[in-house]
Design a protein around this ligand. Structure first.
Ligand code: BG6
Length: 474
């Protein structure tokens, strides 16, 4: 009983939400740099060409974020103090290829990540590196239309090959594309896609999906050629869908909604388009351009492990009138009266994590890795600046119990667990700093004010002990 002694405990961040330094080190701009806070964030996120440059009167939180660009040594030191075995982070594509289509990479960008990996190595922390976490260089959007253009497969492959070769021996665990199914819900964030009047949006989205799936398979192939030790994973925005009632059509809706996400992982993990997707393309008249040889590329390089983020489950119905009380943000969900919610309406469901692990393990029979999980909450420091975040400890404790049950009782193969936003960072959906996930408090507010100083919260000591006891003391 118990988790394996090699279980990878740690935390996760992403470049655009933590790094900042967007105008430093020869870096170019990406879609996510240009998402302001406030109501217009949604406008930009839905792909407004006019907004694809810095505008006066807006605050862009990614510009400085939590300034990890300059403070990574201090942050890694704190992760090491908690006993992290793994740290999940992402590379900024435009830090390495500022325009995306450059023939040569930006050496300063490559050196920056090399220094991070060297620092992690000193502390025996294994990096888990996401090659693309919601970022597409702006030039690739303006010049080529983002991922809807097949040429992105070549640019991404060049980028992937560059980093895989350069960091050989320093990085073993790689993820190709973060939350690949976000493309369906936020095509600008997930794929740098801007629609024109009259576009067949769904066709464009699935065309871009085909390109990302090809690019992911090619990166997996390159990773294995560069170093046979490399382990490559795919990444899903996870969380199962529950039928609102036991009406069969609600259950069918839940299956269909699960499949919207599993579609991507089915291709990445099994190397083949599932029949239900091909039938959907046919039925809905979606004409997806594929070249001869594409199926062979997908079949040749399935991923080694399957990863996902898990924050909540979702409840769906076949009857539109049931959505009168919808909640959640990216994925609309009917309020589940059996579950409590976070301040942002995300429904807290630890057993749902165990169920998702089982569902995915049954489906893929590959090792799994929970690469994001956590509670976004408003933290109020006391007069000494200390945050007693018992609510976060409670959330995490219940989810760790659930993952242990999945491993110990159900026999799911789980490589590790990285909590999201192990240090407070910018929220992806809202751009807020006040939606905090960390064990480490960062003094920064929603307008960009604050010292950026780091302080340990109560959950810091709690998680340290969880790791030290390999999940026995919760
Ligand atoms: C996932 C993303 O969607 O959820 C992260 O991979 C994101 O980038 C996280 O930060 C939590 O969402 P939010 O909007 O609370 O930051």
């Amino acid at each position: 009983m118990g988790l394996s002694k090699n279980f990878l405990w740690g935390g996760a961040t992403a470049a655009n939400q933590a790094e900042g330094g967007v105008l430093e080190g020869g870096r170019g701009l990406s879609n996510v740099d240009l998402l302001p806070t406030g109501p217009d964030r949604k406008k930009v996120a839905s792909g407004d060409l006019e907004m694809l440059e810095w505008k006066d009167g807006y605050y862009y939180p990614a510009k400085e974020a939590i300034d990890m660009y300059h403070r990574y040594m201090e942050d890694i030191q704190l992760f090491a103090e908690m006993g992290f075995k793994v740290y999940r982070m992402s590379l900024s594509w435009s830090r390495i290829f500022p325009n995306g289509d450059d023939l040569e990479p930006n050496e300063e960008g490559l050196v920056f990540y090399e220094s991070i990996f060297e620092e992690l190595k000193k502390h025996n922390i294994e990096p888990l590196v996401t090659i693309a976490h919601f970022d597409v260089p702006i030039h690739l959007i303006k010049e080529y239309g983002g991922w809807k253009n097949r040429i992105l497969v070549d640019f991404y492959s060049r980028y992937a090959e560059t980093v895989l070769k350069r960091y050989k021996g320093l990085v073993k665990y790689w993820l190709t594309i973060n939350e690949i199914n976000i493309l369906l819900h936020q095509p600008f964030v997930g794929g740098g896609i801007v629609f024109k009047e009259g576009d067949n949006k769904l066709e464009i989205i699935y065309q871009a999906a085909h390109h990302q799936l090809l690019a992911s398979a090619l990166a997996t192939k390159i990773a294995h050629e560069v170093d046979s030790e490399n382990m490559v994973g795919c990444m899903l925005a996870g969380g199962s869908h529950y039928p609102y009632t036991c009406r069969p059509e609600d259950y069918q809706e839940a299956i269909n909604r699960d499949r919207e996400g599993y579609f991507f992982i089915d291709v990445q993990a099994r190397g083949k388009y599932p029949n239900y997707a091909l039938k959907k393309f046919e039925r809905e008249g979606l004409n997806i351009q594929m070249e001869e040889g594409d199926y062979a590329i997908l079949a040749a390089s399935p991923v080694d492990f399957v990863t996902f983020s898990y924050y909540c489950s979702r409840t769906v119905s076949a009857h539109p009138e049931d959505y009168a009380q919808a909640t959640g943000n990216l994925f609309p969900s009917i309020k589940n009266e059996h579950l409590p919610s976070t301040e942002w309406g995300w429904q807290i469901d630890p057993l749902g994590l165990r169920n998702s692990l089982n569902q995915m393990y049954d489906r893929y029979q590959k090792p799994l890795f929970i690469v994001e999980n956590g509670l976004g909450a408003i933290d109020i420091p006391d007069e000494n600046g200390y945050v007693a975040d018992d609510y976060r400890i409670d959330y995490l404790r219940k989810h760790v119990r659930a993952l242990k049950d999945a491993v110990e009782i159900d026999g799911v193969e789980l490589l590790g667990y990285t909590t999201w936003g192990c240090i407070d960072l910018v929220a992806a959906s809202t751009g807020q700093m006040s939606k905090r996930y960390g064990f480490i408090y960062v003094d920064r507010d929603d307008e960009g004010k604050g010292t950026l100083n780091r302080t340990k919260k109560k959950s810091f000591e709690w998680y340290k002990n969880v790791i030290a006891s390999n999940g026995e003391e919760l």
